[in-house]
Write a protein that binds this ligand. Structure first.
Ligand SMILES: NC(=O)c1ccc[n+]([C@@H]2O[C@H](COP(=O)([O-])OP(=O)(O)OC[C@H]3O[C@@H](n4cnc5c(N)ncnc54)[C@H](OP(=O)(O)O)[C@@H]3O)[C@@H](O)[C@H]2O)c1
Length: 422
C-alpha cells in the first residue's frame, strides 16, 4: 500500500579499575605543558585533544545513581577511557538532544530504565543519561569491521547513555551513518527518535488510499513538537493533508508566528487548542474536509485529556488514533459511541520497543529520513544549543536539562560538545 512512498556494555576501562589509569588521575593536576605523558594534537574536527601515552582519553558524563529531578540527581562525572581493543570503538560526542522521555527516565517515571552499574568508576552504581545523539569515531580496535576513524554513528538501542563527552562501545551497538555528506550533527543526532516515531505511526497505522493522494487527512496535537514537525513534513511528502493543533502562545502574534512556521513546513491547517475545544471546531473541520468528503483517517496524540477526545471525535469511521505521549498528564477519555458506532481503533506506539524488535527496519527508516534531509525536504528542528566544553560545570548542564519539561521552549535543548579532551 505504501510502496509509492517517495517514500557496552562498553568495557570502559576506568581510572579506579586500572593501575595505569589511576596514575593518570594523579597527574590530572599537573600543568599540561609540564606533563610529558599527554601529547596535544589537533584532530580531524579541528579540536584540541589530549591523550596519555597509555592511550587513555579523558571523558565526562552526566550520570545519575538514583531517580529524581535532574537538577537534584544528575552529576558530572570525570573518568578515563582506554584505547579500544577488539571490536571496541572510542567515540566523541557531537550532539545529543534532551528529549522529554530522557527526563522522565531520570525521574524514574519512564517504563524503560538503564541499569545502574559501576563501570565508569562512580562512587555509587549509576547510569549515563540520554538516549539519542550523534558521535564521531575517534579510534577503533583491531577487530572492528565496519567503522573507521571519522565516521559518524548513532546508538542502535535506547539506554546506551548519550550525555557524555566520550564513550567506548562495541561496534555492534552502533549504527553507522553511511553517507554523512550534506548532513549536520544536529540532523543526525535527532533522527532516531522523533522522525522515526512520526514515520512509523503514519505508515503503520493507516492503509492510506494512494489513489486519493491529497484527499485524505491526519490530525495531530503537539504539532510543534519534534514528532509533530516530522509528521507534517512526512505527510506533505506522502500526499497526506494535516490538521495540526498547537497550544495557544502568550500573545496572538506569537500564536500566528507559530502557525506560520508550521504552514511553512507544509502543514495544511494549524489551529490552537482553544480553537479545537470551541463550538466552531466542527464547522472548521467540515470546511477543510469538504463536508467530510476528504476523510480524517489518522489521529496522532501526545497530549491526552480533552484535547485527545476532540481529535477522536472528528475521525472517519474505522480510523485509528495513536497515542504516543501524555504531555498534559491527563488520561485519554473516550465517548463509548466512538467505539460502538464509529468502530475507531485506539492504539499506542513506543519507538524504543518497536526499534528493538525491528532493528533493520529502524535503520531503513533512519536512512529514508536522512535522504529527505539531505534533499532539503526535512527541516531542522528549532534547537537551543547547550554548549559543553571541558570547563563547563555540572550545574550549567543540569539546569538546562531541568528546563526540558517546562514547556513553551523556543527549541529543543541540544548538548553540543566543543572539546578538546583535557
Ligand atoms: N512513544 C514514543 O515512541 C515517543 C517517541 C518520541 C516522543 N514521544 C513523546 O512525544 C511527545 C513530544 O516529544 P518531542 O521530543 O517531540 O517533544 P518536544 O519537541 O520537546 O516538544 C514538546 C511538545 O510538548 C508540548 N507540551 C509541553 N507541555 C505540554 C502540556 N502540559 N500540554 C500540552 N502540550 C505540552 C509542547 O508544546 P508547547 O510548545 O506549547 O510547550 C511541544 O509541542 C513527548 O510526550 C514524548 O515523550 C514519544
Amino acid at each position: 500500500m505504501f510502496s509509492r512512498a517517495a517514500l557496552r556494555s562498553s568495557a570502559v576501562n576506568v581510572s579506579r579499575s586500572n593501575g595505569a589509569a589511576l596514575s593518570l588521575k594523579a597527574r590530572a593536576s599537573t600543568p599540561l605543558a609540564a606533563n610529558p605523558c599527554r601529547t596535544p594534537f589537533i584532530d580531524s574536527l579541528g579540536a584540541r585533544r589530549y591523550i596519555s601515552v597509555y592511550g587513555y582519553t579523558q571523558a565526562k558524563a552526566l550520570v545519575y545513581s538514583k531517580h529524581g529531578e535532574p537538577k537534584d540527581v544528575l552529576k558530572l562525572h570525570k573518568h578515563s577511557i582506554s584505547a579500544p581493543h577488539g571490536t571496541q570503538v572510542n567515540l566523541r560526542l557531537l550532539t545529543a538532544p534532551m528529549n522529554p522521555a530522557d527526563i522522565n527516565q531520570i525521574q524514574g517515571v519512564y517504563p524503560s530504565k538503564p541499569d545502574f552499574d559501576s563501570s565508569l568508576g562512580t562512587g555509587e552504581p549509576s547510569a549515563v543519561a540520554g538516549n539519542e545523539g550523534a558521535f564521531e569515531v575517534i579510534s577503533i580496535g583491531s577487530g572492528v569491521q565496519n567503522l573507521n576513524k571519522g565516521d559518524w554513528v548513532i546508538m542502535k538501542r535506547t539506554n546506551q547513555g548519550t550525555w557524555r563527552t566520550h564513550a567506548q562501545m562495541d561496534e555492534s551497538q552502533l549504527i553507522k551513518i553511511q553517507n554523512k555528506e550534506g548532513l549536520t550533527p544536529l540532523q543526525v543526532g535527532t533522527v532516531s527518535v522523533n522522525p522515526v516515531t512520526a514515520y512509523r505511526m503514519i505508515k503503520d497505522f493507516c492503509e492510506w488510499d494512494w489513489l486519493r493522494a491529497g484527499e485524505e487527512w491526519l490530525i495531530q496535537n503537539g504539532a510543534n513538537s519534534g514528532v509533530g514537525r516530522a509528521a507534517i513534513q512526512l505527510a506533505r511528502e506522502w500526499g497526506i493533508k494535516t490538521l495540526n493543533v498547537i497550544r495557544d502562545r502568550k500573545t496572538p502574534e506569537e500564536t500566528e508566528s507559530m502557525k506560520k512556521e508550521l504552514l511553512d513546513l507544509g502543514a495544511t491547517a494549524v489551529i490552537t487548542e482553544s480553537e479545537l475545544l470551541s463550538a466552531e471546531f466542527k464547522n472548521t473541520v467540515k470546511e477543510l474536509t469538504h463536508e467530510g468528503k476528504e476523510p480524517i483517517r489518522l489521529a496522532l496524540n501526545c497530549v491526552g485529556g480533552k484535547n485527545a477526545t476532540a481529535l477522536a471525535k472528528v475521525l472517519a469511521p474505522g480510523s485509528h488514533m495513536v497515542t504516543y505521549g501524555a504531555m498534559s498528564k491527563q488520561p485519554v477519555a473516550l465517548p463509548s459511541g466512538l467505539l460502538i458506532f464509529k468502530n475507531l481503533a485506539f492504539d499506542g506506539f513506543w519507538v524504543s520497543k518497536w526499534g528493538d524488535k525491528n532493528p533493520q527496519l529502524k535503520e531503513n527508516t533512519i536512512k529514508d529520513v536522512l535522504e529527505l534531509t539531505r534533499a532539503g525536504k526535512f527541516k531542522d528542528i528549532p534547537s537551543e544549543d547547550v554548549k559543553w566544553s571541558w570547563d563547563t560545570q555540572g550545574p550549567e548542564l543540569t539546569d538546562s536539562v531541568q528546563e526540558t519539561l517546562s514547556g513553551f521552549r523556543s527549541g529543543k535543548g541540544v548538548l553540543k560538545f566543543e572539546g578538546g579532551d583535557e
